[in-house]
Design a protein around this ligand. Structure first.
Ligand code: GLP
Length: 260
């Protein structure tokens, strides 16, 4: 136990990992939202990398509420989303563009022209990947990248593989991901089999990364990502090489971390 605790402290120190722990999903969401709020206060024209999935919904609710209370201003912010399903139109309820409109963009004063999500309908995927990378480059890179983690350790849609892909690319989704995401669709067959995703290189180039993780079902992969080997088989493990990662997690997700 002592050994585990010592390793834990050394690893966290080397990673400069800060953990914002919440008792539950709501507290985690509030703590994570405070980081975004601080980022926009310090730099109102920030480029925010945004994420979808169930993990950030609470955080987006807190941000929408803060906007309603006059405590946050998105008027100069720019956003780039991590990923988008291939062949889903922006107005398709399962598309990530639709998700962002619903949970955040339509509820705050962000300029729609400053919000970017890969175009799932792009006829030429290679061109779309280049275009998306160019947008991020033109914006000057990402100040704060929000990410969740998949049960197999994926970040964005960077699935376990033999290498860490640097740039935006089209990925074939892992069975585990299709399985996990089918809850959002009417039928499992409706889950797209491919998606555009920002590369690991781009995520790692963000000045800061905010990883949000909630629930018992994420505890094992979270521990693996921070205490197992750094390998593209667990894409999130690469975050240990980033100098400025904030982990916002709830007690359940942290239950297998050495401090429990
Ligand atoms: C999806 C998204 C990821 C997200 C992950 C976890 O596949 N592409 O960006 O982090 O699932 O989702 P959830 O937060 O719903 O567990």
């Amino acid at each position: 136990m002592l050994q585990a605790r010592r390793d834990y402290i050394i690893i966290l120190f080397m990673n400069k990992l800060r953990i914002y722990r919440g008792a539950d999903y709501d507290e985690m969401s509030r703590k994570a939202a405070a980081v975004i709020q601080a980022q926009l206060t310090v730099k109102p024209e920030s480029v925010l990398g945004l994420a979808t999935g169930s993990s950030p919904i609470g955080l987006y609710n807190v941000l929408a509420q803060a906007y309603g209370d006059g405590k946050i201003d998105f008027s100069r912010a720019k956003t780039v989303n991590l990923d988008e399903y291939q062949w889903l139109a922006p107005d398709d309820e399962q598309s990530y563009r639709y998700f962002m409109q619903k949970h955040l963009f339509s509820r705050v004063n962000i300029n729609a022209d400053n919000t970017y999500v890969p175009n799932g309908l792009a006829a030429d995927p290679e061109d779309e990947c280049k275009r998306y990378d160019y947008i991020i480059e033109r914006l000057g890179g990402i100040d704060l990248q929000l990410i969740g983690i998949g049960h197999n350790g994926h970040i964005g849609f960077n699935e376990p593989s033999d290498e860490f892909p640097a740039k935006t690319h089209l990925v074939k989704l892992a069975e585990k991901t299709i399985e996990a995401n089918k809850r959002f669709f009417k039928r499992a067959e409706d889950v797209p089999r491919a998606a555009f995703t920002m590369g690991i290189g781009t995520i790692m180039s963000a000045a800061a990364v905010l990883l949000i993780v909630s629930g018992n079902d994420k505890a094992a992969i979270l521990k693996e990502a921070f205490f197992g080997p750094i390998t593209p088989r667990v894409p999130a493990s690469v975050l240990r090489l980033h100098r400025n990662v904030i982990l916002a997690a709830d007690d359940a997700a942290l239950s297998l971390f050495p401090t429990g």
